[in-house]
Write a protein that binds this ligand. Structure first.
Ligand code: BV8
Length: 241
C-alpha cells in the first residue's frame, strides 16, 4: 500500500471509476458517523433501531430514531467533498458510478445527479403492504401515517441489517468493469459494501482509500490518502484528469 500520487493512480481517458462513500464523508457536514466515538451506535442498539425485528418489536421507537435524523438533515449542508465528487461526476459522466451507504441527501444537494443509495434514503417512506409504493417524505412520520396509494402503514425506506441492499445488480455490473475504485469515509465493517474493494481488486482495478483512519496492511487497497474528506477529496479530484 502506497501514498497516492496521480502517476501511481494512472487514471486515463478510457478509465472507469466506482466511488463508494460512507458516513465519514458527511461527518464534516455535522452528521454523526456510526462507529466513531460519539457515533450513532453509542446511543442506540443496532438490533433495536436498524433491523426488521427491532421495527416489529417497537415501530414507534424506530420511527422516532429516523425522525430525529431526518430533522437533523434540514440543518446541515453538503461539504466540499460532496461538491468535488459532483464536479468529477460532471466530467466523467457515464464513466463514474457513485454508490453511497449513506441515507442522507448531501451528495444530491452537493450537485451529484446520479447516486446509488444502496442502504436507502432518509427522505423516503415505503408502504408495508406493497413495497412498490415509495414516497418522498421530509417530515415527521407517525406510526399511523397512511400510504397515499393504498392506506396501509409505512416504514422508513432504509435497508436494515439482514435486508438486501438496493441497486446491487447495477453496482456489481459496474464493479466488474471498473478500472479504478475509491472508497471514502467508511470503516468497511458492513457487507456487502465492505466487499466491493475486493471485487474491484479481483478484476484488476486500482483501489484508493480516502479516510481519516486507514488500515495500513489492507491487501485490497493499493493507494491511500489519510485525512478529512472535506479537505482531501477536493485535492484528489483536482489531481484527476
Ligand atoms: C445483507 C442503514 C444479504 C441504517 C445500514 C458477514 C459477511 C457478510 C455479511 C454479513 C456478515 N455478518 C453479518 C452480515 C450482514 C450485515 C453486516 O455486514 N453486518 C456487519 C455489522 C458485520 N449486512 C447486512 O445485513 C446487509 N444485508 O448482507 O443482505 C445480501 C447481501 C447482498 C446480496 C444478497 C443478500 C445490509 C447492511 C445495511 C445495514 N444498514 N444503514 C441506517 O443508516 O440507519 S449500515 C450502516 O453502516 C450505515 O448505512 C453506514 O453507512 C454503514 C457503514 O458504516 P460507515 O458508513 O462505514 O460508517 P462508520 O461510522 O462505520 O465509519 C465511518 C468512517 O469514516 C470511519 O472509518 C472513520 O475513520 C471515517 N471518518 C470519520 N470522519 C471522517 C472520516 N473519513 C474522512 N473524513 C472525515 N471527516
Amino acid at each position: 500500500m502506497k501514498a497516492y500520487t496521480p502517476q501511481l493512480w494512472n487514471f486515463g481517458p478510457k478509465s472507469k471509476l466506482v466511488i463508494l462513500t460512507g458516513a465519514g464523508i458527511s461527518a464534516e457536514s455535522g452528521i454523526r458517523t456510526f462507529r466513531d466515538s460519539g457515533g450513532l451506535w453509542e446511543d442506540h442498539r443496532v438490533e433495536d433501531v436498524a433491523t426488521p425485528e427491532g421495527f416489529a418489536r417497537n415501530p414507534g421507537m424506530v420511527i422516532e430514531f429516523y425522525n430525529q435524523r431526518r430533522l437533523e438533515l434540514s440543518h446541515v449542508r453538503p461539504n466540499p467533498a460532496h461538491e468535488a465528487i459532483a464536479c468529477l461526476g460532471n466530467r466523467l459522466a457515464e464513466r463514474l458510478l457513485l454508490v453511497t451507504q449513506n441515507i442522507d441527501n448531501l451528495h444530491e444537494r452537493g450537485g451529484s445527479k446520479q447516486v446509488e443509495h444502496m442502504h436507502g434514503e432518509l427522505l423516503k417512506l415505503r408502504c408495508l403492504r406493497d413495497e412498490r409504493h415509495v414516497i418522498d417524505f421530509a417530515g415527521v412520520q407517525n406510526i399511523d401515517f397512511p400510504c397515499p396509494q393504498c392506506g396501509a402503514k409505512m416504514r422508513p425506506h432504509i435497508v436494515w441489517f439482514g435486508e438486501i441492499p438496493f441497486d446491487m445488480d447495477a453496482i456489481q455490473d459496474a464493479l466488474q468493469c471498473c478500472t479504478h475504485f475509491v472508497f471514502v469515509g467508511t470503516s468497511s465493517q458492513v457487507y456487502p459494501a465492505a466487499g466491493f474493494r475486493k471485487v474491484a481488486k479481483a478484476v484488476g482495478a486500482k483501489v484508493l482509500c480516502i479516510n481519516l483512519e486507514v488500515e495500513a496492511d489492507d491487501p485490497y487497497t493499493d493507494l491511500i490518502i489519510q485525512g478529512k474528506a472535506g479537505i482531501e477529496v477536493p485535492l484528489w479530484v483536482d489531481s484527476m484528469p
